[in-house]
Structure formats: structure tokens, C-alpha cells
Design a protein around this ligand. Structure first.
Ligand SMILES: C[S@@+](CC[C@H](N)C(=O)[O-])C[C@H]1O[C@@H](n2cnc3c(N)ncnc32)[C@H](O)[C@@H]1O
Length: 316
């Protein structure tokens, strides 16, 4: 085979492998510290420093080279990172991810930061609002965030998704959040509270509100699949989890895990991660998958539901 034919063949192989195993969605923790301490959350600390800009750029390059399609910057609280706008710009202009998004509790959003994020080219921001009044579980509530929502409405050029966690506040409050988000023209999203094992347990009242909220969310909204209902009704909602392949969670130390809740079960340094890992994890059976409440993992796994998965082994 001459050189140019060989190059064409290897380009084609890379292209097919990307289609077969590359991440649709990768989440990168840019700082583990959070300014809040919601008691239902185990994804933060109160003291760590922001991950260095050059380190993060290296990780983003690696995620791009693995074929990541959409990147999401998370934490901790990403707005505590002093280089957040530069990171967004880098994702958009230099690496050209197809979608660049971030998650925030919104407390540190000011007009100046929103304008910087506009200029950097941010496409989507998920802002987490759990209820209406602060309680001992959460202060991410409308009472504290109303002004930030107004600022976003006035200045943001990116899409804003307001996400409520059913189970973190009196149930009717989750309903009010979703209603309010819609009235302001933001996209609503609902998460179910999970415990440390990723299990979901809702009361009768929470269930009723969940079904009420469901009516407020437009049909066909990408993440609003039936798994939540199945989970609530049957205690589990089986699917073939493709985490470690179609979805990557990279923590502040640069370790890839299946997700934020399985860091002690599976992890490998991102910089050593390659096609072999993507392929292996694509097929690997995860013992937590039937009870998984992570909408982004389910969404990223959904197109490959028809493809095989290893049979059940005792992993976790
Ligand atoms: C870990 S936070 C990081 C970003 C940011 N600090 C925030 O509050 O949005 C990401 C999302 O995970 C959600 N989350 C954390 N723990 C959860 C749990 N036990 N059940 C459901 N959602 C949870 C949060 O509400 C938030 O929407």
C-alpha cells in the first residue's frame, strides 16, 4: 500500500471509531470548591484551589482528540474559577467543540461576568434552582436567585436552562420554580434527588408534583425521557450505560470516571485514556445502571441502545 492510500485508510478507521465510541458529552470539573454546601450534594469541597488554566487546556485538548462532541464545564462551582471566560473561549474558538456549556448555582453571576461569557461564546448555561425558600438542605432558591435570573434575562445571549431537583425542597416549590422559569422564557429541566448510591426514593407528595411538573415540560424535550417515571413506578429503569465512552466525567485531578457518583469504582487518568478505554467502557456492564438517575448519562447512552453490552459481572 502506498503512503497516501495508507493515510486514507487510517483516516477512515479513525472516523468510524469516532462514530462508534467517541464521547457525545464530556463533563470537566474546573474547580471542586463550591461557595455553597447543599446537603444532598457530594460533588464539592470548601477549600480547594482552581485547577490551573494550562492544565485545563491540556485536558480539553485531550477530550477533543478523543472525539468529544459537546463539552460541559462544571464543579464545584465553575464561576469561582478566575479563567472561566478564557476556558469557554478556548472551547469555542480554538477547539471548536460543537456545543460548549456550563452549570452554575448562579450566586456569583453579575452583569460583567455574563457579558464576558457572551463574548467568549458560551452556548448553554444550566442554572440550578431547587425551590422558593431556603431550607437546611439548599439555599439555591428563587428567593436568593430572582435578581440573577433577571440579569440573565436582560443580558445573556446564551440559552439558559433552569434545573430543579425534586426532593430537595417542599415539592410544590419545585413546581413553582419550573413555572417561573417558563414564564421568564428559560428552558425548564427537572432532576430527581439521588442518594449516595444513586438511588431515588420519592414520597407520595413528591411523586404527585413530579407528574404535575411533567405537564409543564414540552414534549420531546431531549432529556425528558420516560426513565424517571419507570424508575418511580418500578424502582428501576434498565438501560445500557455507555459511561466511560459516550459520556466522560473528568474530575479536578484529571481522572476519568463513569460519572460523579462512581469515582471510587472506576477511574483512569484522562491523559492516558485512549480508544482502547473508550471501546472497553462502551461495552462494560455497570451494576449501578438500572438505578441511575443521571439524565446526561442516559441521554448520551440512548442512541446506542440497540448495540450489545457485556453481560452482568460483579463490578461494583
Ligand atoms: C454538582 S452541581 C455543580 C454545579 C453548580 N455548583 C450547581 O449547583 O449547579 C451540578 C448539579 O448536580 C445536582 N446535584 C447534586 N447532587 C445531587 C443529588 N444528590 N441529586 C440530584 N441532583 C444533584 C445539582 O443540583 C446541580 O444541578
Amino acid at each position: 500500500m502506498n503512503k497516501s492510500v495508507k493515510e486514507n485508510v487510517s483516516k477512515r478507521v479513525r472516523f468510524f471509531n469516532r462514530i462508534r465510541y467517541a464521547p457525545w458529552f464530556s463533563q470537566l470539573v474546573i474547580i471542586r470548591r463550591c461557595n455553597l454546601s447543599c446537603t444532598y450534594c457530594n460533588e464539592f469541597d470548601q477549600s480547594s484551589s482552581p485547577v490551573e488554566l494550562t492544565t485545563l487546556k491540556g485536558r480539553l485538548q485531550k477530550l477533543k482528540s478523543l472525539g468529544t462532541y459537546a463539552i460541559n464545564l462544571t464543579g464545584g462551582e465553575p464561576t469561582l474559577h478566575p479563567d472561566l471566560p478564557e476556558l469557554i473561549r478556548y472551547c469555542r474558538e480554538d477547539l471548536k467543540f460543537f456545543r460548549t456549556s456550563m452549570i452554575s448555582n448562579g450566586f456569583l453571576l453579575k452583569e460583567e461576568l455574563i457579558e464576558k461569557l457572551n463574548r467568549a461564546g458560551l452556548q448553554d448555561m444550566q442554572i440550578s434552582i431547587d425551590g422558593v425558600q431556603p431550607n437546611e438542605t439548599t439555599v439555591k432558591v428563587l428567593k436568593s436567585l430572582e435578581k440573577r435570573l433577571e440579569l440573565l434575562k436582560k443580558h445573556a445571549k446564551f440559552n439558559v436552562v433552569v434545573s430543579a431537583v425534586v426532593g430537595s425542597c417542599p415539592p410544590e416549590e419545585s413546581f413553582t420554580v419550573i413555572q417561573h422559569a417558563k414564564s421568564m422564557g428559560f428552558k425548564p429541566r427537572v432532576l430527581l434527588i439521588h442518594d449516595q448510591e444513586g438511588q431515588v426514593q420519592l414520597s407520595e407528595e413528591q411523586l404527585k408534583v413530579f407528574y404535575k411538573i411533567k405537564k409543564l415540560i414540552p414534549k420531546g424535550f431531549p432529556e425528558f425521557t420516560d426513565y424517571r417515571e419507570t424508575m418511580i413506578e418500578q424502582g428501576k429503569a434498565p438501560f445500557k450505560c455507555r459511561a466511560g465512552s459516550r459520556y466522560l466525567y473528568v474530575d479536578e485531578a484529571g481522572l476519568v470516571s463513569w460519572c460523579s457518583q462512581t469515582r471510587s469504582v472506576f477511574s483512569k487518568p484522562l491523559m492516558d485514556y485512549g480508544l482502547v478505554d473508550l471501546r472497553r467502557e462502551f461495552y462494560s456492564y455497570k451494576s449501578c445502571q438500572d438505578h441511575c438517575t443521571l439524565g446526561c448519562v442516559r441521554a448520551a447512552s440512548s442512541v446506542d441502545g440497540w448495540r450489545k453490552q457485556d453481560i452482568k459481572k460483579s463490578i461494583a
